[in-house]
Design a protein around this ligand. Structure first.
Ligand SMILES: Nc1nc(O)c(N)c(N[C@@H]2O[C@H](COP(=O)(O)O)[C@@H](O)[C@H]2O)n1
Length: 188
């Protein structure tokens, strides 16, 4: 599987899907919660092109900047707090070479997850052990913002459904984890 960063492409413009909630789903919320190891904010360092990143969040945010934009990339990379790295990244947003929520952004997120499991093999095993359980980044507490509905999903109450709600969102983070799980399983 090629491990290389992607570059600019256009943001997706399709209606936000609704999908069912499942009893056995794994939720990505806060790092300290059970599905927290799947969050980009979890304290699992990754390495890419000879550089170490404290967590996927910093690397993912930095990949939106050109490889030779050392000012932006180095400033994002130095923060051990993932939220801080994410916030600092916004300072340089007028220099993005990868548009947030674009196909290239998704490809970079895929790269980050692959690097995470390739460096932390226990996470790869845990992922395979999760079987077919749906994985959802639950952004309900953060509201229906475009980025939340893109990387994750929010609960939509529906008393006719067994769980009492459905999900609204593209759930790209959850989908990429499920895609990687499928790949790892086929290799094992
Ligand atoms: N604001 C925020 N707080 C958290 O606790 C989060 N887990 C996230 N989600 C992550 O943010 C990344 C996307 O960044 P952009 O909003 O597109 O800049 C991605 O790693 C999400 O999983 N956000």
């Amino acid at each position: 599987m090629p491990i290389a960063a992607a570059h600019v492409s256009s943001p997706a413009k399709v209606p936000t899907p609704i999908f069912p909630a499942a009893e056995d789903q794994i939720l990505i919320r806060k790092v300290a919660e059970p599905g927290g190891w799947l969050s980009n904010m979890s304290p699992h360092p990754v390495e890419y092109e000879g550089q170490k990143w404290w967590h996927c969040e910093a690397m993912f945010q930095a990949l939106r900047y050109a490889a030779n934009d050392a000012e932006a990339r180095d400033e994002i990379r130095r923060w051990k707090s993932p939220m801080r790295a994410k916030m600092v990244a916004k300072r340089f947003r007028d220099r993005h070479v990868v548009a947030p929520l674009s196909d290239a952004d998704v490809a970079n997120m895929r790269l980050c997850l692959r690097l995470k499991v390739s460096r932390h093999s226990d996470l790869g095993r845990k992922l395979i052990a999760s079987g077919e359980r749906p994985i959802v980044e639950d952004c309900s507490s953060r509201g229906r913002r475009v980025n939340n509905l893109f990387w994750g999903a929010v609960r939509v109450p529906d008393s006719d459904l067994p769980m009492g709600y459905a999900w609204e969102g593209r759930n790209w983070l959850g989908r990429l984890w499920m895609e990687l799980r499928q790949e790892l399983r086929s290799q094992s």
